[in-house]
Ligand binder design. Structure first.
Ligand code: SAM
Ligand code: SF4
Ligand code: SF4
Length: 337
């Protein structure tokens, strides 16, 4: 067994987020603004993307270094053809005990059963509003709420449970729908998670004033449906968890901006073209594809990843300031959420 690397802040590597495409059928204004991600934008060419075999190999190497949880993401991961074939391959990797997917839900209704059959354990579906006009303006392609809700129900019926539903909250955009969302998902068994709007990438024009702090989100829900805290489920869990006092389930609030959780951050990320990043807010990564395609052995790959992880100093959310906001960080649609 190779030694599991520990970074400079004592953090092991436990989660790997794998982006399978940088493309998306949505243009969420906070992630892929249309002015930038338009016809002129150069997405990755197909031959630059890691193949399923390469992804499986990388995931196997990471599992040997301590990774227990894999998450497929993107762009929109369900745009990658035959994704269930990749899921099947990843499900067979020894040591990985959680295999999940983050999706905008648009294609989930027809794919959930095949993904579950291939070995996917759970899904996280992003849905920012239940109001069609608000949601259409946020995804900026006019996509209707109901089709995402259908995807959530299909995932639930296929056993990809509990389904987590992620809502990014922006002040003045969708914050007036916070309580309505809580009301809708209470008692369904799905876990609604509110996410503070973050300064990922450098194209979304983020301003601190646009962030609705976790505390305010909680207070708004608590005023209508009283909440009480639940202990974190595991080391590195990013959401603060709250349960409804009346027993109607739980919610999570992810406060990357107002209450950073870098100290327990055990996540690595691989872009669709095989760049390794050790922070969501990274400005530079390490090219694993060049190793994969240059004849490196699994031992060579493991040594390269371990060297990167051992040197890791990331704690962006703790040191976020006016000065860090404009840094040329990689885009969320490229690195994967
Ligand atoms: N397309 C898929 C989706 O939307 O679920 C997967 C990729 S998306 C980049 C992953 C997650 O990142 C989504 O839940 C999305 O809402 C979130 N996200 C994107 N930009 C964000 C931002 N600026 N702040 C907070 N969350 C963001
Ligand atoms: Fe696409 Fe997800 Fe980004 Fe929205 S958040 S543009 S669905 S990648
Ligand atoms: Fe992890 Fe970077 Fe986020 Fe901190 S800012 S929690 S190090 S991804």
């Amino acid at each position: 067994m190779p030694v599991e690397p520990i970074d400079t802040m004592g953090r092991p590597i436990r989660d790997l987020r794998i982006s399978v495409t940088d493309r998306c059928n949505f243009r969420c204004t906070y992630c892929m603004p249309k002015e930038i991600f338009n016809r002129e934008y150069r997405f990755l060419e197909r031959d630059l993307l890691l193949t399923f075999e390469e992804i499986e190999r990388v995931a196997g190497v990471f599992s040997g270094l301590g990774v227990r949880k894999l998450r497929l993401t993107g762009g929109e991961p369900l745009l990658r053809r035959d994704l269930d074939v990749l899921v099947g391959a990843l499900a067979g990797i020894a040591g990985v005990d959680d295999l999940t997917l983050t999706t905008n839900g648009s294609l989930l209704a027809r794919r959930a059963a095949a993904l579950a059959a291939a070995g996917l354990k759970r899904v996280t579906v992003s849905l920012d509003s239940l109001d069609d006009a608000v949601f259409a303006a946020m995804n900026d392609v006019g996509f209707p709420v109901q089709q995402v809700l259908d995807g959530i129900e299909a995932a639930s019926a296929a056993g990809l449970t509990p389904v987590k539903v992620n809502a990014v909250i922006q002040r003045g955009v969708n914050d007036d729908g916070i309580v309505a969302m809580a009301e809708h998902f209470r008692g369904t068994g799905h876990i609604l998670r509110f996410i503070e709007y973050m300064d990922v990438g450098h194209t979304n024009g983020w301003r601190l004033d646009d962030v609705v702090p976790a505390r305010e989100i909680r207070e708004r829900i608590n005023a209508r449906y009283p909440l009480q805290p639940i202990d974190a489920g595991y080391l590195g869990e990013v959401a603060q968890r709250w349960r409804y006092v009346d027993g109607a389930g739980e919610i999570g609030i992810i406060s990357s901006v107002t209450r950073p959780f870098c100290r327990t951050c055990t996540r690595a990320r691989i872009s669709a073209e095989g760049m390794l990043y050790t922070c969501l807010f990274a400005t530079a990564g390490t090219d694993l594809r060049v190793l994969l395609r240059g004849g490196a052995s699994d031992t060579d790959l493991a040594a390269a990843v371990a060297a990167v992880w051992t040197a890791r100093t990331d704690r962006y959310s703790e040191i976020r300031s006016e000065a860090t906001v404009p840094l040329p960080k990689v885009e969320m649609s490229y690195i994967g959420g």
